[in-house]
Design a binder for this molecule. Structure first.
Ligand SMILES: Cc1cc2nc3c(=O)[nH]c(=O)nc-3n(C[C@H](O)[C@H](O)[C@H](O)COP(=O)(O)OP(=O)(O)OC[C@H]3O[C@@H](n4cnc5c(N)ncnc54)[C@H](O)[C@@H]3O)c2cc1C
Length: 386
């Protein structure tokens, strides 16, 4: 795509979403056009569409923002295409989605903004996206979906569970990647989760899940998962992972269940002979959120390349926490305060490969603080925030 095409696509999208309720109205209009013009497609989507609408807009915004960075965008779209095989998507579905999106954008842009040139620019952009996703999906030989039987469900906190599954066949993923998951109690409501263990040829996989208040899926996982039930798991996604260069020291910041993909990488690294220095900041809002501190401290004892600092935003546990004080293992520094401020307080980390994992606000504020302290943006990696 040339710069003119990219600029037209970006300008129209930004103009539509900048209006009052623009994102919400665009998403509603897109789905109503899609389900009216292509009724057969409705069954691929969940009955409750609120979370779906939000994710669609974030995903389009993510793609539009990266049109000028094909080296990042193309691998992302290829992964997305491989992941979409779990829906049984066909060429026809892609055409339906593309046509409906253009129709919805045209409706909201109005005749002044939407002309033939804009129409052609969007058609080209959607063509590139479709071709990349479909091409990757068709070329992939791994299963479109794995199934996993729950073999263990451990409620670590009232609102957080560790779930272990035995997959029907091993999945090959890079430690640090994430997958989409569907649980039997919530059909068609796929959610992203990050494996907390590296890939293995036994097909074992572990997830750490926090129940989000008012959420459709996570409270059900934490509160109602049954041993023996079967989950579906889509193809791996994401660009986190240990850098290939063994001399490139790392900083990892994981807040809450954001520790999961970092733990997977550290476990993988512990099996290698040589590793770069890693400074891990394991963070939580309350001391009880540092549920993985003890096991990661054990890992650091036998792996001197790993340094751990614990951060909590509050000194006290929440009122509902009835468990024992987890304590801070010897040799681990505990800092209390705002996560980004503390990490950035160590300096700019100019030569480090940096990964930040956690909820969107934690990732954004930590990244902002680090950039303000002089950390080069290109050194910071995180998953898409949707
Ligand atoms: C790349 C990636 C990896 C992820 N890995 C994990 C993981 O390993 N473990 C894990 O527990 N979760 C993980 N998540 C989050 C997970 O995918 C779900 O978004 C989360 O569990 C909420 O789903 P839900 O169905 O319960 O809530 P939904 O029904 O989707 O949302 C309900 C409401 O809660 C809001 N909401 C959603 N997430 C949060 C949040 N984190 N904090 C505050 N409000 C929120 C939504 O905006 C919405 O208003 C990951 C997300 C991404 C993008």
């Amino acid at each position: 795509m040339d710069s003119r095409t990219i600029s037209l696509v970006r300008t129209t999208f930004k103009a539509v979403v900048a209006e009052d309720d623009g994102p919400e109205r665009l998403a509603r209009s897109f789905y109503s056009i899609l389900f009216t013009d292509y009724p057969g497609i409705r069954e691929l989507f969940p009955a409750a569409m609120d979370a779906q609408r939000d994710r669609l807009l974030k995903a389009i915004a993510y793609v539009v923002d990266r049109l000028e960075e094909p080296d990042k965008l193309m691998p992302f779209l290829a992964q997305l295409g491989r992941d979409h095989r779990k829906y049984g998507t066909t060429d026809g579905h892609y055409i339906a989605v593309g046509n409906s999106l253009i129709k919805a954008l045209r409706t909201f842009s109005g005749t002044e903004m939407w002309n033939d040139e804009v129409d052609a620019a969007w058609a080209e952009a959607i063509g590139v996206i479709t071709e990349t996703m479909l091409g990757a999906a068709k070329a992939e030989t791994s299963p479109p979906v794995w199934s996993g039987r729950v073999v263990e469900h451990q409620e670590v906190l009232r609102n957080l569970a560790v779930i272990r599954l035995q997959m029907d066949q091993p999945m090959s993923y890079v430690a640090g990647q994430y997958v989409s998951v569907q649980i039997p109690a919530r059909p068609r409501m796929w959610r992203y989760l990050s494996p907390a263990t590296p890939a293995n040829d036994r097909g074992e996989i572990e997830f750490h899940v926090r129940a989000i208040s008012g959420g459709w899926v996570s409270p059900s996982i934490v509160g109602h998962t049954q041993i023996g039930e079967t989950w579906l798991i889509g193809a791996p996604l994401g660009g986190l992972g240990v850098p290939r260069d063994p001399d490139r020291a790392m900083v990892m910041v994981g807040c809450g269940t954001g520790i999961a993909p970092l733990r997977a990488q550290l476990m993988f690294m512990a099996t290698r002979r040589a590793n770069p220095k890693v400074h891990l900041f394991i963070a939580g809002h309350h001391p009880c959120d540092l549920y993985e501190l003890e096991s990661l401290w054990q890992l650091s004892i036998t792996n001197p390349w790993l340094t751990i600092t614990a951060i909590t935003e509050s000194e006290d546990n929440p009122w509902w926490y009835m468990g024992a004080d987890l304590g801070i293992p010897p040799g681990i520094e505990l800092r209390v305060g705002q996560i980004g401020k503390i990490v950035a307080g160590y300096g700019a980390w100019p030569d480090r490969d940096i990964q930040i994992v956690g909820s969107a606000p934690v990732v954004q504020t930590t990244k902002f603080r680090m950039m303000a302290a002089g950390t080069p943006t290109e050194n910071i990696r995180h998953d898409p925030l949707f």
